[in-house]
Design a binder for this molecule. Structure first.
Ligand SMILES: Cc1cc2nc3c(=O)[nH]c(=O)nc-3n(C[C@H](O)[C@H](O)[C@H](O)COP(=O)(O)O)c2cc1C
Length: 226
């Protein structure tokens, strides 16, 4: 799917995508159309998020969907600043012609998102109450992944980002989130410009072991640092 559907049945959209095929093709979609996304569809993907597991079934998630242009510009300006600092070493490394193509493509897509974030029609933040003074990321990321999968099912493009945390306090204040309920992720959501597809991944047989990991299996040459 590459554009907003002409008509949209909120009850039916996304309900027929096979689960495993959907998750195998739910890659980071960072090139988005500026066309608006109906609030009902944002609600539907967040509802999918609420079916995630959480410790003690505490369901700590709070979603904040930002659509107003001035608010998105505020977020995007800070995201861009943080992302440029984050990506600078990789940009330097990418001057080497031997820099791997897949990494280069991923970096360019992430750069595109940073430069165009203000155009993404929905900035969906996932936040959650701290517990014993600590953010409960482990309780929020399953929910985030459910939202990403639901976006895939209904034909929306989305990706998981966290760079905004460099300006987290300022952005959380804009969102009306109190200090004990910080945002952990920003999912820029919109209709995709490109297509879904299988992302490059290591074969499962390189990372699955039964009973015990053989002594030489996790050597640095087989699992170089990112
Ligand atoms: C914890 C976490 C934080 C991430 N933060 C960012 C981010 O700030 N910006 C960004 O463009 N992508 C971010 N990503 C997305 C990854 O770069 C992306 O999942 C990876 O490149 C694989 O993309 P693919 O599924 O299209 O292959 C993040 C992913 C994770 C799991």
């Amino acid at each position: 799917m590459s554009g907003p559907p002409v008509s949209l049945d909120l009850d039916r959209i996304g309900e027929d995508v096979p689960l495993l095929e959907g998750l195998r093709t739910a890659r980071a979609i960072r090139r988005l159309r500026p066309d608006p996304v109906p609030a009902g569809l944002v609600r539907k993907v967040c509802a999918a998020g609420t079916f995630a597991p959480s410790g003690g079934n505490r369901q700590p998630w709070i979603f904040v969907a930002v659509t107003e242009p001035e608010r998105r510009a505020f977020v995007a300006e800070r995201y861009r600043r943080a992302f440029r600092a984050y990506i600078a070493p990789a940009l330097e490394a990418a001057k080497d012609p031997a820099f791997p193509d897949a990494k280069r493509r991923n970096m360019n897509a992430a750069l595109h998102l940073a430069e165009h974030l203000h155009e993404a029609p929905v900035h969906l933040f996932v936040a959650g109450r701290k517990r014993r003074g600590e953010p409960q990321l482990q309780a929020l990321y399953p929910c985030v992944q459910n939202v990403l999968l639901a976006c895939r099912a209904v034909g929306l493009g989305a990706s998981l980002t966290t760079v905004h945390r460099a300006y987290g306090d300022e952005i959380d204040a804009l969102l009306g989130l109190p200090p004990d309920c910080p945002s952990c992720a920003l999912l820029p959501i919109g209709w995709p410009l490109g297509r879904y597809g299988r992302p490059p991944r290591r074969p499962v047989d390189e990372c699955l072991f039964f009973e015990r990991v053989p002594a030489d299996a996790l050597g640095r040459s087989r699992h170089p640092e990112a």
